[in-house]
Write a protein that binds this ligand. Structure first.
Ligand code: FMN
Length: 419
């Protein structure tokens, strides 16, 4: 174990406690970042409610240097989940200002996203996509409506929406935005040759498939203050045969490098399930930081700071990620379970947070149940409680109930024009 953790270690590897200065001028106090987790805590009109403030104060006090919010939707007619936050030109900025003020010592960035075709049929959301390729998740595919290929005007409108949301995040007091181009949402759909079958300037070559992402980044940069951070979350690979792969990621990182503060690397999509990693039944570095081997190949060429997220649950693994050449370490699940784990890690403890488990046999059901139990933990933290997480199966049942209530409210607000 120890020798494996030393592999590729650089003499100059930064410590977890080292500050990091980004190109926008923001200095992060340390190398640990709370990665994005969709909180599903929207109140009326998809605004943040007070539970989000409590949740982010808790993480801020737990020692991380940066917090990335769960994805915030740029278009209220297309939401990944009915209780997702939306920030658009019609939003009231006051609750967003309260949310931004939850960060006292860490840097709080808003992740902004458009789900594209990954919208639930029951929300009545518009399923837009580069091409008419439906979501394929086996028997669960029926929950996703058939997507409509985007027109040039839909594409221009979407670029503008990302820019508006970023500008509003800046005005509300967030330190930066992270544009979500991973995990199979709209920007990743354009990047993927399996979903993007277009023959115009947004399809075909990798450069054409990356055009929407690059235009979004440029439009966001043009609209925000010079000292406001801009980052991108990108897959190191989609883990689908013929999909976006490591070589593609290498080029896209190069094209982004002059205009972003950092690129966060993750992997997988709703169709490949790799986002949730592999069960860590063996304690090896590659099983723990499960994208490290693949994404590590991108570090040598990159001229922009890279962040690695996925499976990191203890200090020694986080240090090994820095030793491999990454500038930042992203942690999601472990910080839902134990929001103050970074305090121990920064003080030199290994402090492993055990991975959540479920004995369900079906892989997709198991992933859904674990995801639901993590969401329920976020909700508990938002209420100021820190009791043990609901058992995954119980969390799945609660999640279904909560989701159907949120769907009713979303549809009602949408149909009465309150959106
Ligand atoms: C409940 C939950 C919600 C998530 N929501 C988002 C999200 O909104 N945006 C995003 O980029 N990733 C999201 N993720 C993925 C995480 O950011 C991260 O990439 C993934 O969980 C692997 O990291 P981990 O092993 O530290 O959890 C979510 C993960 C979980 C568990």
């Amino acid at each position: 174990m120890t020798s494996e953790l030393q592999i590729g270690k650089r003499a100059t590897a930064p410590e977890l406690t080292s500050p990091l200065r980004l190109s926008s001028g923001i200095t992060l106090p340390n190398r640990l970042a709370k990665a994005a987790m969709e909180e599903q805590l929207a109140g009326r009109r998809s605004h943040p409610d007070s539970r989000l403030v409590t949740l982010y104060r808790t993480w801020d006090a737990g020692g991380v240097g940066m917090m990335l919010t769960g994805h915030v939707m740029v278009d209220r007619s297309a939401v990944a989940q009915p209780a997702d936050i939306v920030l658009d030109a019609t939003s009231d900025l006051a609750p967003f200002r309260e949310w931004a003020a939850a960060a006292r010592t860490s840097s709080l960035w808003m992740q902004i996203n458009h789900p594209g075709r990954v919208v639930r049929r029951d929300t009545g959301s518009r399923a837009l996509a580069p091409s008419a390729v439906p979501v394929d998740v086996g028997p669960l595919s029926k929950f996703f409506p058939p997507p409509t290929p985007m027109t040039a005007s839909d594409i221009r409108d979407t670029v503008e929406r990302f820019a508006v949301t970023a500008e509003l995040a800046d005005r509300a007091g967030f330190a930066g935005v992270e544009i979500h181009a991973a995990h199979g949402y709209l920007l990743a759909q354009f990047l993927s040759p399996l979903v993007n079958k277009r023959t115009d300037q947004w399809g075909g070559s990798l450069h054409n498939r990356a055009r929407l992402l690059l235009d979004v980044v440029a439009a966001v940069r043009a609209r925000v203050s010079p000292n406001f951070g801009v980052a991108v979350k990108l897959n190191s690979a989609d883990f689908q045969r013929g999909g976006f792969d490591l070589q593609d990621a290498r080029h896209v990182i190069e094209w982004l490098s002059d205009s972003v503060d950092f690129v966060e690397l993750s992997g997988g999509s709703i169709e490949s399930l790799a986002t949730a990693g592999h069960p860590a039944d063996e304690r090896t570095l590659e099983r723990e930081a499960y994208f490290l081997k693949l994404a590590g190949e991108l570090v040598t060429d990159a001229s922009v700071p890279l962040m690695l997220t996925g499976g990191i649950r203890r200090a020694r693994v986080a240090e090994a990620v820095l030793a491999r050449g990454f500038s930042l370490v992203g942690v999601a699940t472990a910080l839902a379970q134990q929001p103050d784990a970074p305090l121990g890690w920064l003080a030199g403890e290994d402090g492993e947070v055990p991975a959540p488990r479920s004995s369900l046999r079906s892989k997709s059901l198991r992933a859904a149940a674990i995801q639901a139990s993590i969401t329920s933990q976020l909700h508990d933290l938002g209420r100021g409680r820190s009791r043990p997480t609901l058992a995954p199966v119980a969390a799945l049942i609660v999640d279904q109930y909560r989701r159907s209530r949120a769907t009713r409210r979303y549809r009602q607000e949408h149909s009465t024009g309150q959106q």
